[in-house]
Design a binder for this molecule. Structure first.
Ligand code: NAD
Ligand code: UDX
Length: 477
């Protein structure tokens, strides 16, 4: 099989950037060029302030950038020069047209594919890195073959990415597995072997798995659906804990000790977020419906519905404990990213919660150590003709630190599990002094020692633990 000397990655986002930076760092003799249409993003990748916050990423980029790693807006040049091309563009949920709200928008994948067909002057291995519906590789093949110059051959591989944000670099350095799907033809197997050699630069051979193209595509959607399903399962149980006196952390621990279940991904929360889980499950739901499998569609849809319920349920608890009204009250929101160690806010539960608090006429003060202010304003306004930022700013402010966010507040709501919010890191005694009384903390991430904070004077309400504050009026829950 062919040796890969030059790689191009189309899409310099959360996946293309870190993945191809690691490939370059681990394969110093392979030239890796990451291209994107977004000039500002490419400029940031070429600067000292990378466009995404990810622990360990700066070091990896510094090792390889300018040596065998390049970031460029020259998409055509990148394609021309490459033996192998990763397509790592966004595949968001469609917002209009057939399948709106469920199906993946494959417009970016298609336009990148058409560009490859138009530009390529030599044989290429084209690799789906984006998460796509099962059988997308077939569409890519049609487009490539219908538009290619004569005598140019394309092999299409599926190589889904399993990194999680916040731990992307260690996930890439030490993957559980690398998955490569190909057609079961000589040329398909040979292309898969070429890509396997790139990963073998640092991953053990027995962790590089090759399989049928469609299995590989579906495995990515399946893995995300199963992971999200574990969270929705534990979150559904958290509601039972709150009503009975059981403690969700203890239940998770007890279940996780069963080696068939395992301890990971059983942490109750205010809800899962991130750009992948919801999108990929909805994609699976759409696929099931298209295949006339309505029972299968309903089954997976429930995972997303449980997640919406969890956010609503947690908000209702906040309102109910705060004497059934948030009008004019100040709520300090700790954390806006969808999880710790990332600045990414896509589908963050904090966005939903802040919107609910706004509907209840609360004042909200947000603190997050990594999310840019402009991003927060963008997330809290609907993109459209009318700029709503001024209206949002009448109710929402952004604080420079957690102490300022909590000063004068009636309640703190922990939305993201940043280490710096732990009771071992923040001076909660000081925070308590500056808050309105009774001072509430709603821990949506189970990171606080409720007894310790209770001794300071806080009313602590934790997800998955029974309510401690009782208000005898209309019950929202
Ligand atoms: P992203 O939005 O951060 O990055 C995609 C980039 O592609 C953007 O910078 C965009 O400008 C660029 N792009 C779009 N069309 C282009 C074109 N025709 N030519 C050149 N550039 C183009 O998205 P992401 O988070 O990196 O996700 C990419 C894919 O990987 C998605 O399919 C996603 O589902 C999948 N994925 C994401 C994660 C994650 O943690 N974010 C993990 C695994 C898989
Ligand atoms: C996910 C998958 O884990 C990854 O394999 C895939 O490539 C992309 O999608 P990501 O969304 O970046 O990664 O982060 P992840 O760690 O999976 O967390 C997703 C959401 O679930 C976060 O909001 C997180 O806080 C939440 N979560 C996670 C829980 O609520 N409980 C848990 O036990 C684990």
């Amino acid at each position: 099989h062919k040796k890969i000397n030059s790689i191009c990655c189309i899409g310099a986002g959360y996946v293309g950037g870190p993945t191809c930076a690691v490939i370059a760092a681990k394969n110093p003799h392979v030239k890796v060029t990451i291209v994107d249409l977004n000039a500002a993003r490419i400029a940031a990748w070429n600067s000292d302030k990378l466009p995404i916050y990810e622990p360990g990423l700066d070091e990896v980029v510094k090792t390889a950038r300018g040596r065998n790693l390049f970031f460029s807006t020259d998409v055509e040049g990148g394609i021309l020069d490459a033996d192998l091309i990763f397509v790592s563009v966004n595949t968001p949920t469609k917002i209009k047209g057939i399948g709106a709200g469920f199906a993946a928008d494959l417009g970016y994948v298609e336009s990148a594919t058409r560009k490859i067909a138009e530009v390529a002057k030599s044989d290429k291995i084209v690799v789906e890195k984006s998460t796509v519906p099962c059988r997308t590789a077939q569409s890519m093949r049609y487009i490539l073959e219908a538009n290619a110059k004569p005598d140019i051959k394309f092999d299409i591989l599926s190589n889904p990415e399993f990194l999680a944000e916040g731990t992307a670099i260690s996930d890439l350095f030490y993957p559980d597995r690398v998955l490569i799907g190909s057609l079961d033809t000589e040329s398909g197997r040979s292309a898969a072997a070429s890509l396997a050699d790139v990963y073998a630069g640092w991953v053990a051979r027995d962790q590089i798995i090759t399989m049928n193209l469609w299995s590989s595509e579906l495995s990515k959607l399946a893995a995300n659906a199963i992971l999200a399903q574990r969270i929705s399962s534990i979150n559904a149980l958290s509601a039972i804990c709150e009503a009975t006196g059981a403690d969700i952390d203890e239940v998770s621990y007890a279940c996780g000790l069963d080696s068939r279940i395992g301890p990971k991904f059983l942490k109750a929360s205010v809800g899962f977020g991130g750009s992948c889980f919801q999108k990929d499950i909805l994609n699976l739901v759409y696929l099931s419906e298209s295949l006339h499998l309505p029972e299968v569609a309903t089954y997976w849809k429930q995972v997303v519905e449980m997640n919406e319920y969890q956010k609503r349920r947690f908000t209702n608890r906040v309102i109910s404990c705060l004497f059934n009204t948030l009008t004019g009250k100040k709520i300090a929101v700790f954390g806006f990213a969808f999880k710790k160690d990332t600045g990414d806010t896509r589908e963050s539960p904090a966005i939903t919660l802040v919107n609910y608090f706004r509907e209840e006429k609360a004042y909200i003060s947000i603190y997050d150590p990594q999310v840019d202010e402009a991003q927060i304003w963008m997330d809290l306004t609907e993109p459209g003709v009318v700029d709503e930022t001024e209206a949002v700013k009448r109710q929402v402010s952004i604080a420079a630190d957690p102490y300022k966010a909590a000063a004068g507040a009636d309640a703190i709501v922990i939305c993201t599990e940043w280490n710096e919010f732990r009771d071992t890191a923040l001076d909660y005694q000081q925070i308590y002094k500056e808050m309105k009384k009774p001072a509430f903390i709603f821990d949506g991430r189970l990171i606080l020692d409720a007894k310790k904070l209770g001794r300071i004077g806080f009313k602590v309400e934790t997800i998955g633990r029974p309510r401690t504050t009782f208000v005898q009026t209309t019950d929202f829950e």
